[in-house]
Structure formats: structure tokens, C-alpha cells
Write a protein that binds this ligand. Structure first.
Ligand code: SF4
Ligand code: SF4
Length: 300
């Protein structure tokens, strides 16, 4: 049997992941929304067939404004599943199912790398993304539906809706800016194509935070590094769409930032030394000087 190279293996895995995102689209987006319909059947509720049925922010807003969310509702079950899956497996939704992230990542593959910016070299995305998460939770109390206008999920839904042109005509300037940031500035012109995920997506930020807590427990799923196998070659750094990995400046082994990682395991399939894996147990990224938890902010 012909042996495939690690580059081919990573390429093949990338396309497998893209198939998962198509499945995610069918699960969460109109006209299918199989996920909301399935849970709706279970709890005897008829969903509105929009992405808002499974939005995690709306139930949080309800709780903060004193309206308790019924646990056995589409929102209640979606939120619970999101929290449990992120604690147990990491940001599984981002890494395998979210079609908005998958779409911008796919488009970015077709743009030459020299035209793309690695924003994490200039700005640490961690405070920005958690700041956006706080903003998405707080803004409904200040300004109507502003947070929905800046949501790439809503934008994709409008793009895909049957009444495409009438939906597009109704887009606000905020939504147009969101589309531009998601697909252009933070999409095709960003290394990995996931600048929106990294800086602006509250769903991703919430899951990253939960994963950073969940990974402390031995029996949860996490990215693991066998340090002795790692040659600091940087192959995984090039493959990571989120900029969660960085070569160590002083040799040693690759550095990892869990607050960006979406546990897509693209790096696992790309590593030529099989130093990376995903599973339970200790994460294996030591806190030696060559393995910091936040990437160094060095200029390009
Ligand atoms: S984990 Fe693998 S691909 Fe990444 S730097 Fe180490 S040896 Fe290279
Ligand atoms: S570190 Fe690996 S698993 Fe995490 S986002 Fe990057 S490629 Fe995916």
C-alpha cells in the first residue's frame, strides 16, 4: 500500500473537517435546523427555524434580566449541551461543526500566505476575545439587538436564506461591517482564515474559557504534546488555523495557547513526528521557559 506523507494526511483531514462543517450547517441553519427541530420534538416545542433557536447568548441575557430559562426548552438544552461538551471535549462545536468558521477557513486556503496577516504577532487576541464575549452579554441591556448585527451566524443565515436579495437589502451597516470583517479582513487576509473566531466570536470565547477549566481534569479531552518527540519544526504552527501554536524561540518544543485552540486536531494530523495527540490525561505542555501559555508578541 502506498504510504502517504504527513502533508497529504493533513490535507485529507482538512477536507474531512470541511464535511463536518457541512453537517453542522444542516444541523443548525435554515432551512434544515435539524438540531433545533430534534430537541423541539423532544420537549414539545415548535422552533422558529432560525439560528436564534440555538443561540447561547439569548438564554444568558434572559437569566441576567431575571427571566429564568426553562431547562427543558430548546435554548435550555442547547446551552447545557454547549457547556458540557466544551468542558468535556473542548470547543468541539468550533473545531468540527461551526459552518461560519469553517467557511472563512476554507476561503483563506485559496489566498497566498504572503498576502495574509498573522494578527497575533501584533495583538494578543485573548483579552480582545474575552472582551467581546463580555460585550455580547452586556450590550443587550444597553442597545437593543446590536450584538445580533455583529454576529457572523446571523450574517451567514441571511446570506443563505431563500429570500436572499431582500434579506441583503435589509442588512444594517453593522451587519455589512461584520460580513466584511468575517470574510475579508479577518477571513481571507488573515493567516488561517479565522480572525473573526479568534477576536470577535463570543461562542468560541465562551467555549475556550470552559475548555481551559475542563482540561485541568484528567479524564477530559485535550490536546497533548509528547515533548521528547517534538523537534520544534513548526509544521503544526503552519497548519493551525487559530494561531494557537508557536515555535519556541529558544529551541525546545512548540508553545501552545489553550485560549485560542478549537480542538480541531488539524495539528495532530500534520505533525511528522507524531508528537501531538488528542485524548484524556495530562496535556503535556510544560511551563518551562520554552513553553509559555501566551505567545510572545514579536513583530513579523
Ligand atoms: S509538535 Fe510536531 S509539528 Fe509541531 S513543532 Fe513539534 S514536531 Fe513539529
Ligand atoms: S492547536 Fe491544533 S487543535 Fe488547536 S486550533 Fe490549532 S490546529 Fe486545531
Amino acid at each position: 500500500m502506498k504510504k502517504i506523507t504527513y502533508k497529504q494526511k493533513a490535507h485529507r483531514y482538512f477536507w474531512q473537517r470541511m464535511q463536518w462543517y457541512v453537517f453542522g450547517f444542516i444541523l443548525f441553519y435554515a432551512p434544515f435546523t435539524l438540531f433545533a427541530r430534534g430537541i423541539g420534538k423532544l420537549v414539545g416545542q415548535t422552533p422558529d427555524i432560525t439560528i436564534h433557536d440555538t443561540c447561547f447568548r439569548i438564554p444568558i441575557q434572559n437569566v441576567l434580566s431575571g427571566k429564568w430559562v426553562e431547562l427543558f426548552s430548546i435554548w435550555g438544552i442547547s446551552l447545557t449541551l454547549m457547556v458540557i461538551s466544551a468542558l468535556l471535549f473542548g470547543p468541539f462545536f468550533c473545531g468540527k461543526l461551526c459552518p461560519t468558521g469553517g467557511f472563512s477557513e476554507l476561503l483563506a486556503r485559496y489566498i497566498p500566505r504572503r498576502l495574509q496577516i498573522d494578527w497575533s504577532r501584533f495583538i494578543n487576541p485573548v483579552p480582545v476575545r474575552y472582551g467581546f464575549l463580555a460585550g455580547f452579554v452586556i450590550t443587550p441591556f444597553i442597545s437593543g439587538n446590536l450584538e445580533c448585527a455583529y454576529c457572523s451566524f446571523t450574517f451567514l443565515e441571511k446570506l443563505m436564506n431563500a429570500g436572499f436579495w431582500s434579506e441583503m437589502a435589509m442588512l444594517s451597516s453593522c451587519a455589512i461591517l461584520t460580513g466584511f470583517l468575517w470574510l475579508v479582513i479577518f477571513g481571507i487576509f488573515t493567516k488561517g482564515g479565522r480572525g473573526y473566531c479568534n477576536f470577535m466570536c463570543p461562542v468560541g470565547a465562551a467555549q475556550s474559557f470552559l475548555h481551559s477549566v475542563g482540561r485541568m481534569v484528567k479524564w477530559t479531552g485535550k490536546l497533548k504534546l509528547a515533548e521528547s518527540r517534538c523537534t520544534n519544526c513548526g509544521t503544526c504552527v503552519d497548519e493551525c488555523p487559530m494561531g494557537a501554536l508557536e515555535k519556541s524561540p529558544d529551541g525546545g518544543h512548540v508553545q501552545y495557547n489553550i485560549h485560542h485552540c478549537i480542538t480541531c486536531t488539524q495539528c495532530v494530523h500534520a505533525c511528522p513526528h507524531e508528537a501531538l495527540s488528542y485524548g484524556t490525561g495530562e496535556h503535556g505542555f510544560s511551563s518551562s521557559p520554552s513553553a509559555t501559555s501566551v505567545p510572545a508578541q514579536t513583530p513579523a
